[in-house]
Design a protein around this ligand. Structure first.
Ligand code: DMJ
Length: 441
């Protein structure tokens, strides 16, 4: 973390992300200092106080949201809003909450649609909202703001944020399929999904994650039970119907689905699923809980194999599965993604099995060997040739390094009965909810 952070400070201070090869910065998120905000809580948790103070100072004096920039509602929420809220919860510093509130207010116009389902772009200066790439908003873009906006309502006692994002889930609940698998294109005019792919990878992933985590965030009370019910449907009736096993080695994997057809492909992004299943398993009756945890363990083995089967021992972006041939690499790049170490973190916390730490340590060593330059960390264009790219992703500091650190820390550091991680690994305090949608609490 020190190496990633110091390199960013030296070559790219104030920019969204560091380009280690060209030793400069790049504004990939509109110039919101994404790496500073994404790194705040990781620095805090690791006790890197001087670095945290410098980051805090930058947020207080230089973070400016008044930008004529069409921001991604999803990315800005999970990285910037989530990062600020987490820094607030960890440090108690109200400045972070003020900044978070200002940002959320600028994002809110995205929810002014006939259905209340949000659009995916909003101009931070003018409040003009639209959908990039046509008429649909993608499922993950409508279902990954709940944790952050609910947290903000809880901390400001202003219910409007919670109402906007919870209304989205209530709308989706109306047309929720019996197997809880929602196609990824959602029409913000009607509030209904339109025929499109079903996936736990890119486009679908964090919608399912937030159904579970909004329930955890509200402390699993009656008021948030509808989230758990929807999540259980998606897992028990949905996810389990997408599971197939390879031959000859019987690796479990998660298919995608197009209409009634299962497609034998899986993104590394879907490797957050084992962690999600582990986190959600204690909420089931004992026999079901055991089945779900065992599926999580099987899927984690597959995801670890995504890493082990390449020359660099780093995973590519997408894999395919063919009878008799087990697993094959489809898309060869690695951009320092966290999902597999995230799942190893949850599995280690939930089972206490040291194997998951060993897996994580091997992945860490592979990053050290193939992604580390003198000037920061880069991704790989190809996990077999080892050819490198030129970007240190901000989520490497927010997620990958944080989960790795927590895997080798005592469970009392960010205990899971007091904190819930947003999808960018920003821990938010669990606050018991006593009232449901459209009410405060
Ligand atoms: C992160 O921004 C989040 O984890 C998101 O849910 C998925 N994509 C990246 C990491 O891969």
């Amino acid at each position: 973390m020190l190496h990633a952070w110091s390199s960013y400070e030296k070559f790219a201070w104030g920019f969204d992300e560091l380009q280690p090869q060209t030793k400069d910065g790049v504004d990939t998120f509109g110039g919101l200092g994404a790496t500073v905000v994404d790194a705040l809580d990781t620095l805090f948790i690791m006790g890197l106080n001087e670095q945290f103070q410098r980051a805090r100072q930058w947020v207080a004096t230089s973070l400016d949201f008044n930008k004529d920039y069409d921001a991604s509602v999803f990315e800005t929420t999970i990285r910037i809003l989530g990062g600020l809220l987490s820094a607030h919860d960890l440090s108690g510093d109200k400045m972070f909450l003020e900044k978070a509130t200002e940002l959320a207010d600028r994002l809110l116009p995205a929810w002014n649609t006939p259905s209340g389902i949000n659009l995916n772009r909003v101009n931070l200066a003018t409040g003009q909202a639209h959908n990039a790439n046509g008429k649909y908003t993608v499922l993950a873009e409508v279902g990954t703001e709940q944790l952050e906006f609910i947290a903000l309502s809880q901390r400001t006692n202003d219910t409007k944020y919670q109402q906007k994002v919870e209304n989205v889930i209530k709308k989706l609940q109306k047309s929720f399929p019996v197997d809880g698998l929602v196609p990824i294109n959602i029409d913000p005019k009607t509030g209904r999904p339109s025929p499109s792919i079903i996936t736990f990878g890119g486009g679908g992933d964090s919608f399912y994650e937030y159904l579970l985590k909004a329930w955890v965030q509200g402390n699993k009370t009656e008021a948030v039970n509808f989230y758990r019910e929807m999540w259980e449907t998606s897992i028990v009736k949905g996810l389990q119907s997408l599971i197939r096993r390879t031959t000859p080695s019987s690796y479990a994997y998660i298919c995608e689905k197009d209409g009634n057809t299962l497609i034998d492909t899986m993104d590394e992004l879907a490797c957050f699923v084992p962690g999600m299943l582990a986190l959600g398993s204690p909420g089931f009756a004992p026999r079901q809980a055991k089945r779900i945890l065992s599926l999580a363990e099987e899927l984690a083995r597959t995801c670890y194999n995504f890493y082990q089967m390449t020359k660099t021992k780093l995973a590519g972006e997408n894999y395919g599965f063919n009878p008799g041939k087990d697993i094959s690499l489809n898309t060869p790049y690695n951009i320092l993604r966290p999902e597999t170490v995230e799942s190893l973190f949850y599995l280690w916390r939930l089972t206490g099995n040291n194997t998951y730490r060993e897996f994580a340590w091997n992945i860490f060593q592979a990053f050290e060997k193939h992604s580390k330059l003198k000037t920061g960390y880069v991704g790989l264009e190809d996990v077999n040739t080892g050819e490198q790219d030129n970007l240190q992703q901000s989520f490497f500091l927010a997620e990958t390094l944080k989960y790795l650190y927590l895997l080798f820390s005592p469970p009392s550091v960010i205990p899971l009965d007091q904190w819930v991680f947003n999808t960018e690994a920003h821990p938010l305090k669990i606050v018991t909810r006593t009232t449901g949608p459209n009410n405060s609490g």
